[in-house]
Design a protein around this ligand. Structure first.
Ligand code: AP5
Length: 235
């Protein structure tokens, strides 16, 4: 393998609520890795009422997907900023079209994907989690009242700002997001399954993060031995 294959360029793939955001932020906290979440990015656009945000608001609230060309516009310059770094994409690509656009973009940089993690979590497990989810909108930090509680109920650990519920986390919209996943996103998996070097596809199963996190960390560490841990923070 050439040297650039040692760089972590990873897609975190999975159903809505499978834990993509939670596991990505654990990796980012511990290792020298950057993460890009298109869900967080769109929620920021919506909060700031940008042109993209105004287009996204209804679609996100209804559990639909934004058009591929809009998403490419949203992520392209962000992707360029990740060049030569270790990075994770969370929530992108989400259609076969987006997957192909990403492949082309990375080919031009001679920086192909090196890892695709498929979080394979049963629908029932996910549905029970979602009602317990609270988020800190400005940072995208995710909490769960049964498994990953904030230190003070209702407030973000780092900033002390209030947590909110996502408008698309109600049961009706959530089931629409799951259907959308099966219809539009699941086909991407066979694209990655039939992919080639240096992209490695790994499926992880489990119900709790105590099961999944150690497996994920072991894969990341063994595949990218040069990855550095962040210096511990005080406090
Ligand atoms: P996005 O924000 O990406 O939503 P999503 O894919 O539906 O993913 P979620 O954020 O719901 O879940 P997650 O997998 O990150 O799980 P989490 O870690 O929070 O996108 C939102 C919308 O934007 C889309 O519906 C679409 O409209 C639009 N959009 C975004 N990207 C797009 C694109 N590329 N193209 C077109 N449209 C796009 O975990 C869930 C809960 O479970 C939490 O409460 C968490 O604490 C808990 N939990 C997590 N892991 C565990 C565990 N291991 N054990 C127990 N509990 C756990």
């Amino acid at each position: 393998a050439s040297n650039h294959d040692k760089v972590l360029r990873m897609v975190m793939f999975g159903k809505p609520g499978s834990g993509k955001g939670t596991l990505s932020s654990r990796l980012v906290k511990k290792y020298d890795i950057l993460a890009l979440s298109t869900g967080d990015l769109l929620r920021q656009h919506i909060a700031e009422r940008t042109a993209v945000g105004q287009q996204a608001e209804q679609i996100v609230a209804q559990g639909g997907l934004l058009p591929d060309d809009v998403m490419l516009e949203v992520v392209t310059n962000k992707l360029d900023a990740l060049h030569n770094k270790h990075w994770i994409l969370d929530g992108f690509p989400r259609t076969l079209g987006q997957g192909k656009l990403l492949d082309t973009h990375l080919e031009k940089q001679d920086a192909p994907l090196t890892l695709v993690i498929n979080l394979d979590i049963a629908d029932e497990v996910i549905l029970s989690r979602i009602s317990d989810r609270w988020v800190h909108l400005p940072s995208g930090r995710v909490y769960n009242m049964s498994y990953n509680r904030p230190k003070v109920a209702g407030f973000d650990d780092e900033t002390g700002e209030p947590l909110t519920k996502r408008p698309d986390d109600n049961p009706e919209i959530f089931s629409r997001r799951l259907k959308q996943f099966y219809a539009s996103t699941a086909p991407l998996l066979s694209h990655y399954a039939s992919g080639h070097e240096p992209t490695r596809l790994v499926t992880l199963q489990g119900e709790t993060s105590d099961e999944i996190w150690p497996k994920l960390e072991a894969i990341v560490r063994s595949t990218f031995p040069t990855l550095r841990e962040r210096a511990p923070r005080r406090g």
